[in-house]
Design a protein around this ligand. Structure first.
Ligand code: SF4
Length: 81
């Protein structure tokens, strides 16, 4: 499972940080940080979701009010949002 975080879209509501601890608050920027991710293109951060953390990652994605977080299954199909 892969997760993609659009940091430009993020408005710093921090619901995601309560769901999965890979998302951390960046109070200075007023945005979340996705730990362990790589910046794939401008402000788009991606990483694999480790086994056992899939549910937390999905909840984080669902909790985002501006759909800044997308989750893809291993076939590359987008499952959230
Ligand atoms: S829930 Fe969405 S808007 Fe809020 S910090 Fe997380 S990614 Fe950003």
């Amino acid at each position: 499972m892969r997760i993609e975080f659009d940091r430009d879209t993020c408005i710093g509501m921090f619901q995601c940080t309560a769901e999965w601890d890979a998302f951390q608050r960046d109070e200075d920027d007023g945005k979340a940080d996705l730990e362990g991710s790589e910046e794939q293109e401008d402000d788009i951060f991606v990483r694999e979701v480790p086994e056992g953390e899939e549910l937390d990652a999905k909840f984080a994605a669902r909790s985002c009010p501006v759909d800044a977080i997308a989750v893809y299954d291993d076939d590359g199909e987008q499952i959230i949002p």
